[in-house]
Ligand binder design. Structure first.
Ligand SMILES: Cc1ncc(COP(=O)(O)O)c(C=O)c1O
Length: 429
């Protein structure tokens, strides 16, 4: 019998190497963040071994005494945080939350409106032709919001014309992945309701800004339901959730279970409850700091000569900064060039890519997120330093200087802030 002990240990050693690398890097993937140490500890608790299908109090498994209490607490805290009549913390990811909304609000063959991917949309809102979840998994026809590239936002007048021309519209999906400015929900609410459509807002990226009172407040602006990931600006465990008005609660509950989940990762439910509590306490200040940091980074990059999208409206009101890097190369090559210098960010499709013959593997942009850097305690002066580092890294000839400057900068930022007690950011060892 061969021994796999060395394989076992080698995985642990790779995890340690990963953490060491990230502790000396600039983690700027806009969909990532850091959970505090108590939240991480709960993720590795016994709850992660258990089953609890269904709603608290209506389980089909025994052993749920404390699990039910925890899930009810998560629901109560989530309702308070998002001022929602209904919250479901069971979806295991943002995509699963979106699929549950499709199942609750539409039938296969219905039409949904969303943003196209080069204009910021997400694969889970996508058409069947390219395997997007809305089309390929739920059989929806997807029609696109019109987009104003200068404003980097939905074009209200053109979209109203498109809605009027549709034979029917069952669902309008606001929210997206390249997300710089609040979406015009109020402005389009009447046109969507005139066609009988439900309004959903995908806050996967911006739920933390919504909870912190920045960006926009979808449930008060006309959205009947809001889906989100719990690990982007909202600094929790990887997972999803749904917030909605009371009217949609029952169909959404059914769509989540038995529709989209069997067991729902109970360690994550506890971690979600703890993060909602952290956010109720610290979220307002954190979200404000995130937006201020993104605006500082964008402004400084523009001053240094980078082409920052969204100039007309001040570059960004979210945690994201998007650069058009077509004068250097393509997004795939730049992502790799930056990674080699410990700047971790991702390539990003941008408006105009399709017309220019660019594909999602080699798009025209890169997206920089500041949520994680903010959680590490960085502020405006660090953002200015980071703008200089990114500029230097894009040149591609000063790798040693770039990596040394990052290492020096990171010396003072190794703890998770905006929590009940500062804790190590990379604690695995
Ligand atoms: C707009 C949007 N919706 C949904 C998702 C999917 O979220 P998850 O990775 O939690 O499934 C993402 C992921 O980045 C996203 O950007």
């Amino acid at each position: 019998m061969p021994s796999y002990d060395s394989e076992f240990k080698s995985v642990l050693s790779k995890v340690r190497s990963h953490e060491r690398w990230f502790s000396e890097s600039l983690p700027m993937i806009a969909s990532e963040n850091l959970a505090s140490e108590p939240v991480r500890r709960v993720l590795s608790s016994d709850l992660g071994h258990r089953y609890a299908e269904g709603w608290p109090g209506e389980r089909v498994y025994a052993g749920c005494r404390y699990i039910d209490q925890i899930e009810l607490q998560a629901i109560a805290l989530g309702k308070k945080l998002f001022r929602a009549e209904h919250i479901d913390v069971r979806p295991v990811s943002g995509v699963v939350a979106n699929l549950a909304v499709y199942a609750a609000c539409t039938n296969p063959g219905d039409t949904m409106m969303a943003l196209s991917i080069p204009n910021g949309g997400h694969i889970s809102h996508g058409k069947k032709d390219f395997g997007g979840s809305a089309g390929a998994v739920h059989g929806l026809e997807v029609s696109y919001f019109a987009f104003d590239k200068e404003a980097m936002n939905i074009d209200v007048d053109e979209t109203k014309k498109r809605i009027a021309a549709l034979p029917s519209l069952k669902l309008a999906m606001f929210g997206c992945s390249l997300f710089l400015f609040p979406h015009p929900i109020k402005e389009l609410e009447q046109a969507i309701h005139d066609k009988g459509g439900v309004i959903c807002y995908d806050a996967a990226h911006v739920a933390g800004l919504v909870a912190g009172g920045q960006f926009q407040d979808p449930l008060r602006e006309g959205a009947q339901v809001m889906t989100f990931s719990t690990h982007k600006v909202l600094f929790g465990p990887q997972g999803g959730a749904i917030a909605s008005n009371a009217e949609l609660a029952e169909p959404l509950k059914k769509a989540v279970f038995p529709g989209m989940t069997s067991n729902h990762h109970l360690n994550n439910v506890a971690a979600k409850a703890m993060v909602f509590a952290e956010f109720l306490q610290f979220g307002h200040r954190y979200a404000k700091d995130v937006v201020a940091n993104a605006q500082t980074l964008a402004g400084r990059l523009a001053e240094l000569g980078e082409k920052v999208l969204g100039e007309k409206n001040g570059y960004t009101k979210s945690h994201q900064v998007v650069l058009d890097i077509t004068r250097y190369s393509d997004g795939g090559a730049i992502e790799k060039l930056l990674e080699d210098q410990n700047v971790i960010c991702n390539r990003e499709p941008i408006p105009g890519d399709l017309q220019a013959g660019r594909h999602y593997t080699n798009p025209g942009g890169i997206r920089l997120g500041v949520a994680e850097l903010t959680r590490l305690g960085m502020g405006r002066s660090e953002m200015k330093e980071i703008a200089g580092i990114v500029r230097l890294a894009l040149g591609g000839t000063k790798k040693r200087e770039v990596t040394l400057r990052i290492k020096e900068l990171r010396k003072g930022f190794q703890k998770v802030k905006y929590s009940f007690r500062d804790s190590p950011a990379y604690s695995f060892g």
